[in-house]
Design a protein around this ligand. Structure first.
Ligand SMILES: [Mn+2]
Length: 554
């Protein structure tokens, strides 16, 4: 019995000693950590005071900032628990890490399809990918050697959303915090354009206020305003000297902000677009896109185009790429300058056209627009946009507004592209008098100047006398169509009224009909002429005798 009691006592003593040692070592670690923090704080204080921009100081400071950020992560991970109850993941690693393609097990397949319908991407998969995942650094190599001024202006980052998955919005927020130096990011503004989803109200508020206290403002529209006015509301809430507008389904790349803020600081009339990479809507894989400018067709629908020849000739991948307009999912502008040139057209509804209009306006009124390959943002191209079921109608309506205000005699090309008559087009584009007055006040240049100097790749239809679709007289449901882009051959296809069936008739000595292809880039060796009226060269054309002629000049 005595032996047993001895053993029991010894065991108890051992346990106490063991627990004591653990407690002591934890205490020491906390002491170490806080001393380290105090020391780092002191050093960075000194550095801030002695603000002489010597290179060694800069390197020191950067490494200290990086270290502080790492420590912040450690502390946060210790306290972790905000995302988990909402079914989301934070921290490094896990599914989709490094921008790799991700998949879910088969069990979640059915539910996942339902979410595709809602969002135009795999929201269920997104929920399982960390809000802090890393993505590949797709910047051109030379960007990493560039240095930027220390005293850059701060930026307000505005995200617009309507019925977006919470995890996708929060990944946009985490990503911009993780990839922007804290002293440059003044605030994040989330503009909710009257979403229907409940989780975007309470959960979103609670999460961002706890996770990023004081950094995030939420603006809620009491009625659906559309993308264009929602961006204006975001601008109203912004207080930093520079404002960036982004879709709420993006991820930012390394050092995206510094090159942009440098260009804006040098010249506040520059509107800067990060280069866009792609996040695949189904796997969330991050894919690199080639360097491109952003152009558009005569329907004012945006697309990527080859950078200008002089940029290609220069052979410097870090150089800004002149661009006639923007895709629109991300752009950065000096806050006051944006107001001086008239923000975005508040008379535009729902979606589309504003991105092209801003390009025309900034160039015609003395500013510029450029893509910066060293600043990269990855973006999900959604399979469906949640704004409205009839986006095409609003894109057409908004395009006509831009055409009437900015395009002078070339406005006819927009009517041609949408295949609607110039008189009584059947589209009420609203009152443009204020925008016309703005153009006058700013004393902006002509659209012809813009085409010649900024968008020379655009094909012009100067000799056009009529336009419309070409229908088969024997089967009137069939129209002349452009067919596939590769072989450039005319086909017969059910009439759909879209741009590929828009034809223009030339008034030259040998009248011809050709599709309204937007670009006449020298490197694209396409023949645009299929059929001439006089020779009937095209056998297909001989059966297409009904031509919905609309006079160009009335
Ligand atoms: Mn988008």
């Amino acid at each position: 019995m005595a032996v047993a009691r001895k053993i029991k006592t010894l065991l108890t003593v051992n346990i106490f000693v063991f627990v004591g040692i653990i407690l002591f070592s934890v205490y020491c670690r906390i002491q170490d950590r806080s001393e380290e923090l105090i020391q780092i704080g002191r050093i960075s204080d000194q550095r801030l005071r002695a603000r002489n921009g010597k290179v060694s100081n800069l390197v020191d400071r950067q490494s200290i900032l990086q270290r502080l950020e790492r420590l912040e992560d450690v502390v946060y991970n210790q306290l972790n628990g905000l995302a988990k109850p909402m079914g989301l993941v934070e921290g490094p690693g896990g599914l989709g890490q490094g921008g790799a393609a991700a998949t879910l097990g088969d069990d979640s397949h059915v539910d996942g399809e339902g979410k595709y319908e809602d969002y135009g991407y795999n929201a269920q998969l997104s929920d399982r990918i960390s809000l802090d995942r890393s993505i590949p650094d797709y910047r051109p190599k030379k960007c990493k050697q560039l240095t930027y001024p220390e005293d850059l202006p701060q930026i307000s980052v505005v995200f617009i959303f309507v019925n977006e998955a919470l995890s996708v919005i929060l990944r946009s927020v985490h990503s911009v915090v993780n990839h922007t130096p804290a002293h440059l990011l003044k605030e994040i503004i989330l503009v909710d354009d009257n979403s229907d989803s409940v989780e975007l109200k309470f959960n979103l508020d609670q999460y961002v206020n706890k996770r990023y206290p004081g950094l995030v403002k939420i603006v809620r529209n009491s009625k659906r305003e559309g993308l264009i006015r929602a961006r204006i509301h975001g601008w109203n809430a912004a207080t930093a000297p520079v404002v960036g507008f982004f879709d709420a389904h993006v991820e930012f790349n390394t050092a995206w902000a510094e090159p942009i803020l440098t260009r804006v600081k040098e010249d506040h009339t520059r509107i800067i677009l990060p280069a866009i990479d792609n996040i695949k809507f189904n796997t969330f894989e991050v894919q690199q896109y080639a360097n491109a400018a952003h152009g558009y067709n005569w329907g004012l629908w945006c697309m990527y185009i080859i950078p200008p020849q002089e940029w290609l000739d220069k052979g410097d991948e870090t150089a800004p790429i002149r661009t006639p307009a923007m895709i629109g999912c991300s752009f950065v502008v000096d806050r006051e300058y944006f107001s001086e040139i008239g923000l975005l057209d508040p008379g535009m509804e729902v979606y589309g056209g504003e991105n092209i209009e801003l390009g025309m306006r900034v160039w015609q009124c003395g500013g510029s627009m450029e893509v910066l390959p060293c600043a990269r943002v990855a973006h999900i191209e959604r399979t469906k946009k949640p704004y409205n079921n009839d986006i095409d109608y609003y894109a057409k309506r908004n395009a006509l507004r831009a055409a009437e205000v900015w395009m002078d005699e070339y406005r006819s090309h927009v009517y041609m592209a949408w295949n609607i008559p110039m008189n009584n087009p059947g589209v009420d584009y609203g009152d443009v008098s204020e925008r016309v007055a703005l153009r006058k006040r700013l004393q902006c240049r002509s659209f012809r100047w813009y085409l010649e100097n900024v968008y020379p790749e655009m094909r012009i239809y100067n000799n056009t006398i009529t336009y419309g679709e070409v229908r088969n007289s024997k089967a009137s449901g069939y129209c002349l169509d452009q067919g596939s882009e590769d072989d450039d051959k005319a086909i017969l296809y059910p009439c759909h009224g879209m741009s590929s069936q828009g034809m223009a008739e030339d008034g030259g000595s040998r009248p011809r009909v050709s599709p309204l292809n937007p670009l006449a880039h020298p490197s694209r060796n396409l023949s645009y002429v299929w059929c001439t009226w006089s020779t009937g060269c095209c056998s297909l054309f001989s059966i297409l005798t009904t031509y919905a002629k609309r006079p160009l000049k009335s």
